[in-house]
Design a protein around this ligand. Structure first.
Ligand code: CTP
Length: 422
């Protein structure tokens, strides 16, 4: 699935708060994601930023007044409402939130929101005491009850000099809120556990054994599952990536820490996807001091780490779906099939690493899927986010199977599957 914002018509409503200036950057951000944007401003918003800015950025006239006198203006809210895929109120002030919570329609934004049938995403931003005010909180709760999406404000220093929740979140966080609102929530009710990245096994205080996994595939899995409505826990080894929005992320370093974290979370999980490249060995002894190079003839003694996925496979709960990854440099099919059987998996996602366009570190991946019933399926070269979505499609297909562990996809002979003879 491409970015859910691509080719969407997004209407941004700008209210009169100091964060209104950030709305200009948000419009630009959305357009960078391939969305078409139209802007509506309250009168108060125009006191903070001029409509000309938004007109220039969006390439469309900005709606600022209820009654501009012309016929086009009079029906604009109906026309725009019909075309809109989503509305984002950025920033949403206490005043506008109160109007939206009570169905008042006395300015362009509140009137427009009453006329739309698409998702509405509200981003409250105000002084911390205003935000914590009980009436404001009750109004925000009411927005949720009537089906609007609320992106919580960030905490930190506020323009008024005070500190606490009330800051407009990062643009990416707001955009992610919009994506959740746009994407079908077909994974709602699933509790997904994803592992990602490499692990590191210390040799001495400054050196370690690890691998080239970037974590990108696992992070893409966590982010897309969250977008599709799942509750997601991500357990990640050291990576350079930022935690995905809305995902509880647990950071670990060693295979043993990953094992402990996975075991603590796995009982609750309905789906486990183990994209992590776990180190298979660790040093028997870790030197407490940095080893000097004049000791460099040292011979390392390694011991095997626990196989986390195999441990999970042995104690798999009824109905739990276990997905393993197999990074191979040769004998892809044989190795993937061995892992599938040995670890009691419902799906193995295998790829040949060390290629320019797939495997570690790169943004794209080309994978072959192995199912327990002997079926194989090749997915084309795709960005990792799209591979993640395609995998969730398959996994939700497995979930729809009548019997746990049996592939409904296979039984129904899904047309998307390329199929190979085993
Ligand atoms: N895995 C795991 N714990 C380990 C090693 C691997 O949970 N100690 C999981 C990985 O997260 C992956 C799958 O097992 O989902 C396969 O990992 P991979 O490194 O490809 O294979 P190994 O099982 O380690 O076997 P080999 O190194 O012989 O290829």
């Amino acid at each position: 699935m491409p970015d859910p914002l691509r080719d969407k018509q997004i209407v941004v409503g700008v209210c009169g708060g100091i964060a209104a200036y950030k709305a200009a950057a948000f419009v630009r951000y959305l357009m960078g994601c391939g969305a078409a944007v139209r802007v509506i401003m309250t009168e108060a918003a125009c006191a903070f930023v001029g409509p000309v800015t938004f007109q220039a950025l969006s390439g469309h006239p900005v709606w600022t007044r209820m009654f501009s006198g012309d016929t086009e203006g009079a029906i604009r809210h109906i026309e725009w409402a019909r075309k809109a895929d989503a509305v984002a109120i950025v920033p949403a002030t206490a005043n506008t939130i109160a109007k939206l919570a009570h169905g008042i329609a006395d300015d362009p934004i509140s009137t427009f929101v009453l006329a739309v049938r698409c998702p509405v995403v509200v981003c409250p931003s105000m002084n911390v005491h205003m935000f914590e005010n009980r009436t404001v909180q009750a109004n925000i709760e009411r927005l949720r009850q009537v089906g609007m999406h609320v992106v919580e404000p960030a905490s930190g220093p506020l323009a008024c000099g005070e500190e606490g929740p009330g800051r407009l979140p990062e643009l990416e966080t707001i955009a992610e809120g919009l994506r959740w609102a746009l994407v079908t929530q077909d994974m709602a009710g699933e509790r997904v556990l994803v592992t990602a990245g490499p692990t590191r096994e210390a040799l001495d205080p400054v050196r370690f054994l690890s691998n080239a996994s970037s974590g990108k595939m696992g992070f893409a899995l966590a982010r897309t599952a969250r977008r599709r409505g799942a509750e997601v826990v991500l357990i990640s080894g050291p990576t350079a990536l930022s935690d995905p929005d809305g995902v509880r992320t647990i950071h670990v370093v060693t295979a043993k820490e990953m094992l402990d974290a996975v075991m603590a979370e796995a009982a609750e999980a309905t789906i486990v996807a183990k994209a992590a490249a776990v180190c298979d060995w660790r040093s028997r002894e870790v030197s407490p001091h940095k080893l000097k190079k004049d000791q460099s003839d040292a011979v390392w003694a390694f011991e095997k780490t626990d196989d986390i996925l195999e441990t999970l496979g042995k104690q798999k709960k009824d109905g739990q779906i276990l997905v393993g990854f197999a990074a191979e440099t040769q004998d892809l099919n044989t190795n993937a099939r061995t892992k599938l059987a040995q670890k009691h998996l419902d799906l193995v996602v295998a790829n040949l690493v060390g290629k320019e366009d797939s495997g570690f570190e790169v943004d794209t991946n080309r994978v072959r899927l192995f199912y327990p019933d002997g079926r194989e399926e090749d997915l084309p070269l795709m960005p990792k986010a799209d591979v993640a979505d395609a995998l969730w499609d398959r996994i939700m297909g497995l979930r729809a199977g009548a019997e746990p562990g049996k592939s409904a996809l296979y039984e129904s002979g899904d047309a998307r599957s390329a199929g190979h003879d085993p």
